[in-house]
Design a protein. Sequence first.
Length: 278
Amino acid sequence: MEYRQQSQPGCGGCLLLIMLLVLLTGGAPALLKLIGVLFYSGLTGILVIFGLFWAFTYYMRSRISTYAASQTESHNRFVFLLVNILVKIAQSDGHFTKAELSTMLNFFQYSLRYNQDQMLWVKQIIKEAREDDTSLHDLVEEFRTSFAYEPRLILIELIYQIIHTKQPPPESELRLAREIAQQLGISAYDQRTFEAKHAYRQRQEAASSREQEDAYYAVLGLDRDASFEEIKKAYRQLSMQYHPDKVGHLGEEFRRVAEEKMKEINVAYSFFEKKFAK
């Protein structure tokens, strides 16, 4: 699968459209007359909106192609294959979730500190990758033959990050990650390191989630075995007790304290609403 350099957008289509309008309307005078009719008929607004949209699209495509042209072929090929493989991994279960997309974008934006033009380029590659039908095996094989061991480790790390956006990560996707690591020639030691690190992180996040839930029970003054009916009852009572209007006469500083307490109560109740709705 070859990387396709983004071509500079042209305006040949616009010129052709103008020429056709001139010809079909009998020359420049007729064209001016048509423009006048459109203006008074209210269609000018539509044409203006269309023109602005086209101009914006042209501008964005120009920025993307200019950035891509400024980079080396090796760099562009690396990012292109990396993104396409990650998209295929994300789509392996039939769904491309927002969490998976965010993981990809966060890597480029925060880990690599990509600027706005670079992020536009990455988003364009993601968009095209979602519609590409090249097999995952072929993409991985091209990556293996194109890059050394260290870049392959970066790919495996990102694959595990994508997979662990789902809790727990599907076993089928973990098997897929192992197969890709094997195809890339990743050592057994490095493979075990990746799995152990992400499994540990998963346990830490699960423990943190349980601690947060305990905190929400405490905010509502309830034990962990409380039913949703008891949670709703506690929420109503606390909402009446800590409503900011109840202490507004004491001064603005006490009103702010009540508002902060109400925020805690609302966040806790919102958590349980989602939990018991499942």
